[in-house]
Design a protein around this ligand. Structure first.
Ligand code: DGY
Length: 321
């Protein structure tokens, strides 16, 4: 290829990442940092060799079909790739990469924040003090659930799940998990493996979701599966909103079947779910699992590493299609 490859970066990345990209690529930026409409995305992708998108850009089969002939690689700035139709990309001969590992610590931290915020009524307490409505204290006031000594259930023991389990051990929790395949002994670190989702649910005082969003996992937390959890369990979701049937979750939080939920992701993003937001016993965050300075740099650099490998004729380390 004559000259530097042309790279579209769909969202504003850190200065360090953008500077490195500008050094090695002919970069098209989105300084306004707005989410491109389908038409804008397609128009901008026509004359580029590569695109570096986030999970906010959807490369569905019909978008991929209209991408034109020039684009050769979608180097995602995300570990999740449910916003890209991988089969369609494969058929179109477009390479797809993601950014695993580098966000596991940050996302596991947010899972812990969600767990503690939900168990200890963090949102309620914060709102009360801020609103100047804290005018009472008693031993019966704002009592939550202690997580120490409870069972921490991990659904999806991949990289993030394993770090979350490690953090939960730090709180004296007993780790249980379900995964498609059992982890080898050294990685399991004493966690109890359940070969069925149902088996895991039955013992999870806190259930933390860490599986990818696929057709098989969409709605995996629903009325039927929530009923399998111990009474007054806590649900944590830092993975993807569509794992959860939110109407069923609202019902379970209203009835007291679930003590609380801590959620960083929603079916409708950005925005969330007003029925969930109306509840007292939820701790809500705006999809910030990987949003730390360190991790944003690392994600951007990892996406660029994948691009560099591809354009120097090698195999990108994080190729997923
Ligand atoms: C991911 O990397 O998948 C996070 O959800 C942020 O996009």
């Amino acid at each position: 290829m004559a000259g530097k490859p042309v790279l579209l970066i769909t969202r504003r990345l850190t200065d360090a990442v953008q500077a490195r990209a500008a050094r090695d690529y002919q970069v098209i930026l989105n300084d306004a940092d707005h989410v491109f409409s389908r038409e804008e995305l397609l128009a901008r992708c026509q004359d580029v060799d590569a695109v570096l998108p986030c999970h906010s850009e959807h490369f569905s089969a019909d978008v991929i079909a209209d991408l034109g002939d020039r684009l050769r690689i979608i180097a995602n700035h995300s570990v999740g790739v449910d916003h890209v139709d991988l089969e369609a990309a494969k058929k179109a001969g477009i390479v797809v990469t993601n950014t695993p590992d580098v966000l596991s610590d940050a996302t596991a931290e947010i899972a812990m924040l969600c767990m503690l915020g939900a168990a200890r009524r963090g949102a309620e307490g914060d709102a009360m003090v801020r609103a100047g409505k804290w005018d009472f204290w008693s031993p019966a006031f704002m009592v939550g659930r202690q997580v120490t000594g409870k069972r921490f259930g991990v659904l999806g023991m991949g990289r993030v799940g394993q770090v979350a389990a490690e953090r939960a051990r730090g709180f004296g929790m007993e780790v249980h998990y379900h995964n498609r395949t059992r982890l080898p002994d050294p990685l399991e670190k004493g966690a109890v493996f359940h070969d069925t989702v149902e088996g895991l649910l039955a013992v999870s005082d806190v259930l933390s979701l860490h599986c990818p969003a696929t057709p098989d996992t969409t709605g995996i937390i629903n009325e039927k599966t929530i009923a399998m959890l111990p009474d007054r369990a806590i649900l944590i979701n830092t993975a993807r909103g569509n794992l959860v049937d939110e109407a069923a979750l609202v019902k379970a939080l209203q009835s007291g079947k679930l003590f609380a939920a801590g959620l960083d992701v929603f079916r409708n993003e950005p925005g969330g779910n007003p029925d969930l937001a109306a509840l007292r016993n939820v701790f809500l965050l705006p999809h910030i699992g990987s949003a730390t300075e360190e991790t944003r740099d690392a994600m951007g650099f990892r996406a660029l590493d994948n691009l560099d490998a591809f354009f120097s004729g090698g195999q990108p380390r994080d190729r997923v299609a």
